[in-house]
Write a protein that binds this ligand. Structure first.
Ligand code: UDX
Ligand code: UDX
Length: 445
């Protein structure tokens, strides 16, 4: 640890001055959890409006448990917000990069924000800093960050390390995933960087895996791609179950009881969405190709995933024959429950297919309507799910919010024009609904 770092932390044994660049879904959780662990954290974002809101303790994203942690950390003066990277870097020992890495048109990750941030960090270096990539990036990005910093920093300030410390935070469960992770992965080039990161994570009781930077980067892409593969695998099995008259939920249970396979991430349905799996699978295919390997397995994972969305619509067509002018209620528009995030949400695609066919679509969601309304043109948004289902010919369950399981389905049956439920997540009680007089279809059963 550098002398200056020791001095700054005098009296606060083991705790650090940290800066987290990017106050998005990931950055904000990382910043507030490190503050909760008694570090002093400055969170930076280039979006002035966002920083203004955060300074008033208004949280831009819905993440359970996050507002309370932020309010407490701000009150204890352990967390603050700014738009100035250079101000934050100068006051920090460890710098986390958590800006967006969205997909480009060709599928590769757009790393321009990461490069931009690396350049600004380079110009602000004044003592030893540990620069950690938190955003999900293709392998060899760490090397490029290091080169960029060396290119733009002045000759006197070359005392820094770059490290990779991928996040495994599920939206909606991000706080628990941060504080109680299965593992912490640290990709480093020096003992100094390893020591600092181990010390930083000391309060979290989890196994720490130390690797080189390239390996840590691949661990992240391979983890998400493997989980996505599990989902597409069970969705392919679901298609066979439909044809054979078997129940994919029981199949998942049966294969999942084998400890080598495991039951988690084997829920068949309309497939995976969100800002991570689709983008990371695409980016892993992209970087593999660039390195000379065609990852055809992942191409198929992607194809199966997308086909599930159309598949649900064709099953609805089998029942309703014509979609044009039908009233369709869609319950759930976020890519999964407990988040307001609609990025790459399967529900959005399904709604668009239905709109293209001339359906009248009403959408309800506990948290995501405002974000969805920015993306969807032509659908109607109803806070109240009972208004969404009024006169509907079909109810699609697209996101398994627990609120939807608690609805009064007797009332829904009275409100619908034709009591038909297409459960895209195998979430509702099929037998109960059928007994109540609904026509019910699920996926793979
Ligand atoms: C991040 C990573 O980008 C992604 O690779 C990882 O897989 C998940 O975590 P996320 O937190 O979901 O994604 O992104 P987003 O919510 O879009 O937040 C990114 C934030 O960075 C935004 O608030 C944006 O304003 C900010 N940003 C972006 C900057 O501060 N500076 C920039 O140059 C670009
Ligand atoms: C993911 C990773 O799980 C997490 O470690 C981090 O790297 C960020 O990306 P997240 O995108 O928040 O987290 O959600 P996750 O719970 O993994 O679900 C992703 C998608 O898969 C959702 O659309 C969900 O509905 C779908 N899914 C998940 C299934 O379709 N079936 C399953 O069995 C599990």
């Amino acid at each position: 640890m550098g002398k200056k770092m020791k001095r700054k932390n005098a009296g606060k044994k083991g705790r650090f001055n940290i800066c987290v660049i990017g106050a998005g879904y990931v950055g904000l959780v990382v910043a507030s959890c490190f503050a909760k662990l008694k570090n002093k954290v400055i969170c930076v974002d280039s979006n002035q409006e966002k920083v203004k809101l955060l300074k008033q303790s208004k949280i831009p994203n819905f993440e359970p448990g996050l507002p309370a942690i932020i309010r407490d950390a701000v009150k204890k003066k352990r967390l603050s917000f700014t738009t100035s990277i250079s101000e934050a870097v100068k006051k920090s020992d460890i710098i986390f990069i958590a800006v967006g890495t969205p997909p480009r048109k060709d599928g590769e990750a757009d790393l321009s924000a990461v490069e931009n941030v690396a350049r600004t960090i380079a110009q602000s270096l004044d003592s030893y800093k540990l620069i950690v990539e938190k955003s999900t990036v293709p392998v060899q990005t760490g090397i490029e960050i290091k080169k960029t910093i060396l290119r733009y920093t002045s000759k006197r300030n070359k005392d820094f390390d770059v490290a990779s410390n991928p996040e495994f935070l599920r939206e909606g469960k991000a706080i628990d995933d941060f504080l109680y992770p299965d593992r912490i992965v640290i990709g480093v080039e020096t003992k100094r960087a390893e020591k600092i990161l181990k010390k930083l994570y000391e309060p979290i009781k989890a196994p720490v895996l130390v690797t080189d930077i390239n390996t840590a980067e691949i661990i992240k892409h391979a983890s998400n791609s493997f989980l996505a593969t599990k989902i597409s695998f069970i969705n392919a099995v679901a298609r066979v179950c439909e044809e054979a008259g078997a129940d994919v939920r029981k199949v998942a249970e049966g294969i999942g009881m084998d400890a080598r396979i495991g039951r988690r991430f084997l829920d068949a349905g309309i497939g995976f969405g969100g800002s991570c799996f689709p983008k990371d699978v695409e980016a892993f295919i992209g970087i593999s190709k660039k390195l000379g390997y065609r990852f055809n397995l992942l191409e198929e994972v992607k194809n199966i995933n997308i086909s599930q969305r159309r598949h649900l619509v064709s099953k609805i067509k089998e029942e309703l024959w014509i979609i044009k002018d039908k009233n369709i209620a869609v319950l759930g528009v976020s890519f999964k429950p407990d988040t307001d995030d609609v990025r790459e949400s399967p529900s959005i695609d399904i709604i668009n297919y239905l709109l293209e066919e001339g359906a009248k679509v009403r959408v309800s969601d506990p948290k995501a309507l405002s974000k969805a309304s920015e993306l969807l043109k032509g659908a109607h948004f109803c806070k109240d799910p009972y208004i969404a289902v009024k006169n509907a010919d079909c109810l699609i369950l697209a996101t398994e919010w627990k609120e939807f399981a608690e609805l009064d389905f007797r009332r829904i049956k009275r409100l619908m024009r034709y009591p038909f439920i297409a459960d895209g997540r195998n979430f509702l009680d099929r037998d109960k609904l059928r007994r109540a007089g609904f026509k019910y279809i699920g996926i793979g059963r």
